[in-house]
Design a protein around this ligand. Structure first.
Ligand code: AHG
Ligand code: MN
Ligand code: MN
Length: 330
């Protein structure tokens, strides 16, 4: 039987660095720290049912210690590692209102945006959750970092990815040269290349949307969802509805199998729910690198000019033909 080579994420990154000399050591350093964060959060997620860390932030447990939600713990893990790395100037996180400045990062080149734990509502019920990251270069090394450095368009991302804590833990990322997925081998505590050069199918049979909001969606979206549910043997409809309610888990499945994820505007939330900087932009970079598409209904997600750190945007993301189809119907 032919045995495949084992390629760890560290090895892969170091090989990439040799191939693309512009990917300098500092970016590798960030990836090393992101991996470590992933392993630490993975450990906490796996033990969440065993140790007393489930529950609401602000509550105290029987020992009188403050209980923390896993998303607060995850945020602290990322911040601690980025503070130590010296490769990141500052971090924007879903868990923090303002900018987190890294004490040793004044001369660093990179800016990080994170959703430390995505799909929080799934933590207590043992469904898949994840962490999302997006990396930018600061605009000018000779000038201090301002809001403009952080509010860059998605097309300026130098790297993006996510870690999914599912039945297995995976690290999936892109630096603009395709998408690669690594599965954590617990026995050696290494992410190993398991999904090289991920390409998402051009079309699929899965649609993922919170249909509870259906009556609040724009008419074009309602028409599209009804079309997905209509019968047409040649077009393999009706499609299957799959919605975990954890962007990472829904996105990851659709990326591999083909499908579309929709978070449209609603009457209550005209800008949708998901955040541009640390949810939609990184997912859009990944999906485009895998051959798919991402739009807010009017324009490519990665071409939106951000105006606020925690800005929201509607999103239609996934297999290229499916995104085109919903756009056509809107
Ligand atoms: P987070 O846990 O980081 O706040 O994100 C939750 C998001 C996303 O993961 C998911 O796709 C979406 O919320 C689900 O929203 P609905 O419950 O409104 O469908
Ligand atoms: Mn999220
Ligand atoms: Mn979150």
């Amino acid at each position: 039987m032919k045995k495949n080579n084992v390629v760890t994420l560290n090895q892969f990154i170091s090989d990439q660095q040799n191939k693309f000399p512009f990917v300098q050591g500092n970016l590798s350093r960030i990836f090393r720290d992101l991996q470590l964060a992933a392993k630490m959060i993975n450990r906490d997620v796996r033990q969440a049912g065993l140790i007393d860390i489930l529950g609401n932030f602000g509550e105290t447990n029987v020992q009188g210690e403050e209980q923390k939600k896993l998303d607060v713990i995850s945020n602290e893990v990322f911040m601690r590692l980025m503070d130590m790395s010296g490769a990141v100037v500052c971090v924007v996180s879903e868990e923090d209102e303002g900018i987190h400045w890294c004490p040793d990062g004044a001369d660093a080149k990179y800016i990080l945006a994170i959703d430390p734990l995505d799909g929080s509502s799934n933590i207590d019920v043992n469904a898949s959750i994840g962490s999302i990251f997006s990396i930018y270069k600061r605009l000018d090394m000779d000038k201090p970092v301002t809001e403009a450095d952080i509010l860059q368009k998605g097309i300026e991302q130098v790297a993006a990815g996510y870690i999914i804590y599912g039945t297995a833990t995976m690290f999936v990322y892109t630096t603009g040269n395709g998408v690669n997925g690594f599965t954590l081998d617990d026995s050696i505590s290494e992410f190993c290349l398991s999904h090289p050069n991920i390409q998402t199918p051009k079309s699929g049979k899965i649609f993922s949307v919170n249909e509870g909001n259906l009556n609040e969606f724009p008419q074009g979206v309602i028409d599209y969802i009804n079309w997905c549910k209509g019968t047409n043997k040649e077009e393999k409809r009706p499609y299957s509805a799959r919605y975990i309610g954890s962007l990472i888990a829904d996105f990851h499945r659709n990326l591999l199998k083909g499908g579309i994820y929709l978070y449209p505007p609603t009457a209550k939330a005209p800008n949708g729910k998901l955040r541009l900087l640390y949810e939609c932009n990184p997912m859009s970079f990944l999906v485009e690198q895998a051959g798919g598409k991402a739009s807010n209904g009017q324009q490519r997600i990665m071409e939106i000019q951000p105006t606020e750190f925690h800005q929201r945007t509607p999103i239609f993301i996934g297999s290229a033909d499916m995104v085109d189809q919903v756009m056509g119907m809107m």
